[in-house]
Write a protein that binds this ligand. Structure first.
Ligand SMILES: [Zn+2]
Length: 375
């Protein structure tokens, strides 16, 4: 894909309120020294931070970046000398000194992921084995923020996953935030605000990014990913307000999960509930949370379709599973399918909050069994 130069806030899906806040701050010359953009994974905290950085670094110095100046052109590749991206890297564990340099293959991976991020701001940088932001990265801020750089103008430090700072890194950043310098800005992002030190939060202007609507996600998938409307709407519904999740769902083959739903339900309702552990160990012992999440999403669609069918409507998603759905509805016509839907929703929520996977799967199984077998 060609890397394109974006000249305005269109790179950010939705988040109109946030865009307005930031543009107003620029227009009134009231840009804060530090911002914390927070919200669920994939709703666009990072794309907001990057677009804001682009606007601050644009030579035109207006509320909308021009897309044409040399600053904007450098930002299109995230290679502006006055921009520094900070994110978790390997070797940032608290008990290890991390002043060692990164291995060559890690450096290559970082470069690859940054260029992917430049193409798609909703791509989340995840370097293998990286859990923490290295204190070394924070110390470099201190050096670089006080140095006069080759390029005049503002300097912007963007810290993705700011909650991944250990105590030492957070304390080091706090000292920097306590001594604001003119023309130096910090843009932090997090999906786990509660995990950030209160002292850091209190130094930042808080900007909450809300969940995206299904319409916003679908429109993004159509215009950016070239999806047809049906597929875009289907994926948007499943994405839970996260565009990043929607992009992942596009990549996964959801058909497998859809057929697994039928056998999953069958085992869950069988005489021996332990059977589900034999039949669906791949989802339960949790090699991959995302696979379990896909299964639950398809289960959610299934229950929703069952309710729609029972109400006599035909507007179902799983058109090709109509036969199976019909017999399910006939068998459980008197069951509380709405409660089943809520049970699956609840499981998805727990999964996204990183609750222990086997526990989530076991509890959703027990709940569905209880609800569907109730007379
Ligand atoms: Zn520009």
């Amino acid at each position: 894909m060609e890397s394109v130069t974006h000249s305005n806030w269109d790179t950010v899906i939705g988040q109109e309120r946030v865009k307005k806040i930031l543009q107003t701050a620029i227009r009134h010359n009231r840009v804060a020294h530090a911002y914390l953009f927070w919200g669920n994974d994939g709703v666009g905290t990072e794309s907001v931070a990057l677009e804001f950085a682009r606007t601050l670094l644009c030579e035109k110095q207006s509320a909308v970046s021009c897309g044409e100046c040399s600053g904007c052109k450098k930002m299109a590749h995230l290679q502006h000398p006055n921009l520094k991206l900070i994110f978790p890297l390997p070797g940032g564990d608290a008990d290890k000194p991390d002043d060692d340099s990164l291995e060559n293959d890690v450096v290559d991976e970082v470069r690859r992921q940054i260029s992917e991020k430049a193409r798609n701001a909703y791509f989340h940088i995840e370097i293998p084995k990286a859990k923490f932001i290295r204190i070394k990265s924070i110390r470099e801020i201190k050096k670089e923020s006080s140095m006069s750089s080759a390029e005049a103008g503002k300097k912007v430090f963007v810290i993705f996953d700011a909650d991944a700072m250990n105590d030492a890194a957070a304390n080091s950043l706090l000292k920097i935030l306590e001594e604001p310098l003119d023309d130096v800005h910090f843009l932090l992002t997090t999906s786990r605000k509660d995990a950030l030190k209160q002292t850091i939060i209190s130094r930042c202007q808080l900007v909450q990014c809300s969940m995206l609507t299904d319409d916003e996600i679908a429109a993004g998938l159509i215009t950016r990913e070239g999806q047809d409307e049906t597929q875009a709407r289907f994926v948007a519904r499943l994405a839970g307000g996260s565009y990043t999740r929607a992009l992942e769902l596009l990549k996964d083959d959801l058909r497998t999960y859809r057929s697994d739903v039928v056998t999953f339900l069958r085992s869950a309702l069988s005489a021996s509930p332990a059977k589900i552990f034999d039949d669906h160990d791949e989802y339960i012992s949790g090699k991959k949370r995302s696979e379990a999440e896909n299964l639950l999403l398809m289960l959610h669609v299934w229950m929703r379709d069952a309710i729609v069918l029972r109400e006599g409507s035909d507007a179902i998603f799983n058109i090709d599973q109509r036969g199976d759905l019909k017999s399910f509805v006939d068998k459980f016509s008197r069951s509380d399918l709405e409660s089943c839907l809520s049970a699956v929703e609840r499981a998805l929520e727990l999964l996204r909050r990183n609750v222990y996977l086997p526990l989530v799967m076991l509890s959703v199984t027990v709940n569905l069994r209880r609800i569907l077998h109730a007379k």
